[in-house]
Design a protein around this ligand. Structure first.
Ligand SMILES: Cc1ncc(COP(=O)(O)O)c(C=O)c1O
Length: 411
């Protein structure tokens, strides 16, 4: 295909004149292709899909019923700008009830069309060219991508097993500290499954005050916490002075496709976010905001979601342990992040997690997501489709049979 006349016009941030010409295949595309191959090669073998990063259930019935009623209300038809009062108040009440965090719904809470766009917009509030955002790796990269779009730089903080999967702030050189404006953290952490301790959050608050940066805590998985009660960064003394927390109804409420969440915390940061947002979108549909408010009012929803994914993770950890994996129950999220096998009993060797993952998909029809950013790890998600507990057990049994058959080895 010949270049269009505007090929020279693409911005450098997306590749400039070379935009659209790359031949590199990205990780998730490789997984998709391997899945297609497994389905073609073994059409009669059940694909055990631990690769999906999305809830497997629809939003609860009462929330869908609320949406149905709200859709027919004329007052919901128009632009919602920075959000309606019902949602702000429900979010503030949710934070108070679940975490004891008191927020002014009018100044300290602003909705977002899912937490992804909020994480994309927050760098616009702080990043000038040359400024630095600290990002944990592996992790959700959106705030880092937008930091670069604004001419800033990302300093990567690897989450290593030897540091118990927490970032090592001592690894940050002095010349970087002078440029740091944002620290993005994410607890419970995706993909490592680590939850934050009180002490860790306290360290973050005191470091933010000492070094003068803003903290953005991505709480997308906050309600999926197993080794401790779900918590909020804003419970930490002083946290409200240094940052914001970004919440989402996607995971805990099975509302991924509904695109709704909120940013809360320091009033001035929430205001800056709402100013950028006001120049980017016109708010989520009012009917969705009101149905989401009904979901936030009902704590039994996230309790059920948590119970289900905890049960599935326990089954997964037990099964993988029987197969030789060295894994333990994650603190939170619906992911298990565990060292990738280095080979098989027949002498096959895997150079990295990606090779191990490709083998599992194409030869055993078991889908996982590889991470090679900070050691070789596989991410198993328990968001597979299974109608009931018997179906969950059948999937575990199928995976166990295949994994034991090839004898995964760990060096
Ligand atoms: C760590 C993390 N943060 C944020 C998001 C974005 O979630 P949403 O935009 O659905 O609220 C995700 C989604 O997968 C995530 O895993």
């Amino acid at each position: 295909m010949s270049d269009p006349y505007f090929q020279q016009l693409f911005a450098e941030r997306i590749g400039g004149v070379n935009y659209g010409k790359g031949t590199e295949i990205y990780k998730f595309e490789k997984i998709k292709r391997a899945k297609r191959k497994a389905l073609a090669d073994f059409p009669n073998r059940l694909l055990v899909d631990f690769g999906i990063g999305e809830n497997d259930s629809m939003a609860p019935e009462n929330v869908r019923a609320a949406l149905t009623a709200e859709v027919n209300k004329p007052e919901n038809r128009g632009y919602m700008d920075n959000g309606n009062q019902r949602f702000k108040e429900a979010a503030a009440a949710f934070m108070q009830r679940n975490f004891g965090v008191k927020l002014d719904p009018n100044t300290q809470v602003n909705h977002c069309i899912g937490s992804k766009p909020a994480l994309a917009m927050i760098p616009a509030c702080f990043i000038n060219p040359g400024d630095v955002t600290l990002m944990t790796v592996p992790g959700y990269p959106v705030a880092g991508t937008h930091t670069r779009y604004y001419g800033g730089n990302v300093f990567r903080l690897p989450l290593l097993a030897q540091n118990n999967f927490y970032p090592d702030f001592k690894s940050i050189p002095a010349d970087i500290w002078t440029k740091v404006k944002l620290l993005v953290i994410n607890y419970p952490n995706s993909p490592t499954g680590k939850t934050a301790t009180k002490e860790f959050y306290e360290q973050v608050v005191s470091l933010a005050k000492e070094k003068n940066f803003v903290v953005v805590q991505d709480a997308a998985h906050s309600l999926l916490s197993y080794d401790q009660k779900p918590s909020s960064f804003l419970q930490t003394p002083g946290a409200m002075d240094v940052g914001v927390e970004v919440h989402s109804l996607s995971k805990g409420f099975d509302m991924i496709g509904w695109r709704i969440g909120w940013v809360c915390g320091h009033e001035r940061i929430v205001r800056a976010f709402s100013d950028v947002k006001d120049n980017s979108d016109s708010g989520q549909f009012g009917a969705i905001q009101n149905a989401a408010a009904a979901a936030l009012d009902d704590d039994s929803i996230h309790e059920r979601t948590r119970t289900k994914y905890k049960r599935r993770l326990e089954k997964l950890v037990a099964m993988l342990t029987r197969c030789g994996f060295n894994c333990k129950m994650p603190g939170g999220t619906y992911f298990l992040y565990t060292p990738a096998p280095s080979g098989l009993k027949d002498g096959t060797k895997f150079a990295n997690a990606e090779e191990a993952s490709q083998f599992l998909i194409t030869q055993l029809s078991i889908v996982t997501v590889p991470w090679d950013d900070a050691g070789a790890f596989l991410r198993f998600s328990v968001t597979y489709e299974a109608a009931d507990e018997a179906a969950e057990d059948a999937l575990m049994a199928a995976a166990e049979d295949r994994l034991k058959g090839c004898g995964v080895q760990f060096s």
